[in-house]
Design a binder for this molecule. Structure first.
Ligand code: APR
Ligand code: PHB
Length: 395
């Protein structure tokens, strides 16, 4: 039987980052991933990093390319009724966000793991978690047709929303909180210089649109779409026509009809599972929670979970102290719920919801208040740049 200190399930940003932080502390990890390395490296996801996320990536030693290629954004814009209002993140909070794709973060982490010599098994099939209620957890899996078993001290469940870790916990031991939204996002990636300087989140009468970017030569754009829509129904030309209509103003005339290099539809969901610890199994990232993408919090929240879990495991191996492990779930959940609240709020204010005229007036009132009130902009800005990490107080 193989043996490792921390078995990590899932090679998304959460699993890869935890592995890298622990490697720097001399803690041995084994990473088990269902997909191939090529698939993981090519996945297109969001791209806005909080300064706290950048700090953690620096600490993990994977921020060189991020500092060279990431774009610093001091503000974001909100479009409503044909006008654009800028929220000056830098002036309000002293902080800025960094535009750098999750695909690039993943690539940097994968390369660092390869350099570190830590073990990874891609295309691991039938991963199953055993005995994590007690002191000697095990994982079984198949790889290239052969059965394997690994013994470990801890299991980190970093296998995303559809992973096995959360589903391995008895239902009675877990509470789940969920909200499903009545629309999705259709996203398009294209190699063309963006005609906007900062991200534009637009609430138009035709639905939400987001103008984002990945680099000075690559745009990422989204529009709110029906959950029944299929990507095949959206030609590039149809996407751009609709996007122009929604983004509005003088920008719309400058939106190029560039051919897509990726196009996909994602549903929007808010989800939290509690607690995050079951004996020696710890959940982190999308395995434990989902936010709708409107606040750009998904990756950033995975990073703060992982940072708390890393600190707790470091204390365990360094000082034989379990206090931070005992605190992990409550500490992480406090930040998770704040990001859930903000992501729900952004989603609620910026999309067109079917139906209720009272809700529509409230949305309009909320946005007008945001544009006029320094305090309301401050509240948005401090959440958008990321709430501070909570220091461990139990030590
Ligand atoms: N066995 C092994 N690996 C698995 C299994 C399984 N049964 N199920 C899923 N996985 C893998 C997935 O293939 C994926 O590579 O776990 C990984 C989870 O990665 P992510 O979904 O990226 O989740 P996470 O690392 O928590 O990152 C959170 O990614 O989804 C975005 O919005 C999210 O930006 C946020 C970030
Ligand atoms: C993205 O660039 O993909 C992106 C940016 C901001 C969001 C969501 C997605 O809120």
């Amino acid at each position: 039987m193989l043996r490792t200190q921390v078995a990590i399930v899932g090679a998304g940003p959460a699993g890869l980052l935890l592995g890298q932080l622990l490697h720097k502390e001399g803690v041995d990890t084994l990473l088990l991933e269902r997909r191939s390395a090529d698939y993981v490296a090519a996945r297109i996801r969001a791209g806005v990093l909080e300064p706290g996320t950048v700090d953690v990536l620096e600490r993990a030693g994977v921020a060189t390319r991020l500092h060279a290629e990431g774009l610093t954004h001091d503000g974001v814009e909100i479009g409503f009724r044909g006008l654009r209002h800028r929220v000056d993140l830098k002036a309000l909070t002293g902080k800025a966000v960094t535009v750098y794709g999750q695909t690039e973060v993943t690539r940097d982490l994968m390369e660092a793991r390869t350099r570190s010599g830590a073990s990874s098994v891609y295309e691991a099939e039938d991963v199953a978690l055993h005995d994590f209620a007690g002191p000697t957890p095990r994982i079984t899996y198949r790889h290239q047709g052969e059965a394997h078993e690994v013994a470990c001290d801890f299991i980190a469940g970093c296998d995303g929303f559809h992973g096995i870790s959360r589903r391995s916990v008895p239902a009675a031991a877990m509470s789940v909180f969920e909200r499903v939204y009545p629309f999705g996002w259709l996203g398009l990636l294209a190699d063309v210089p963006p005609p906007w300087h900062e991200l534009i989140y637009a609430n138009s009468e035709h639905g939400f649109a987001l103008a984002s970017l990945r680099s000075p030569t690559r745009v990422r754009c989204y529009i709110q779409c029906s959950l029944e829509d299929r990507v095949e129904q959206w030609s590039d030309e149809r996407f751009w026509t609709e996007f122009r209509r929604r983004i509005g103003g003088e920008i719309s005339a400058r939106v190029p009809s560039a051919p897509s290099i990726e196009k996909s539809i994602a549903p929007l969901r808010s989800f939290v599972a509690e607690p995050l610890r079951f004996g020696r199994l710890f959940l982190a990232g999308d395995a434990a929670h989902i936010v709708p993408p409107t606040g750009a919090k998904g990756l950033n929240l995975a990073v703060s979970d992982v940072f708390y879990l890393y600190e707790a495991l470091r204390d365990f191996y360094g000082e034989r102290s379990e206090r931070a492990l005992d605190e992990y779930s409550a500490r992480a959940l406090r930040r998770i719920w704040r990001a859930e609240r903000f992501s729900w709020w952004m989603t609620r204010q910026l999309h067109r919801f079917p139906g209720d005229a009272f809700d529509e007036r409230l949305q309009q009132t909320e946005l007008e208040h945001l544009f006029e009130s320094h305090a309301a902009q401050m509240a948005m800005a401090e959440n958008y740049v990321g709430l501070p990490f909570e220091p461990f107080r139990g030590g």
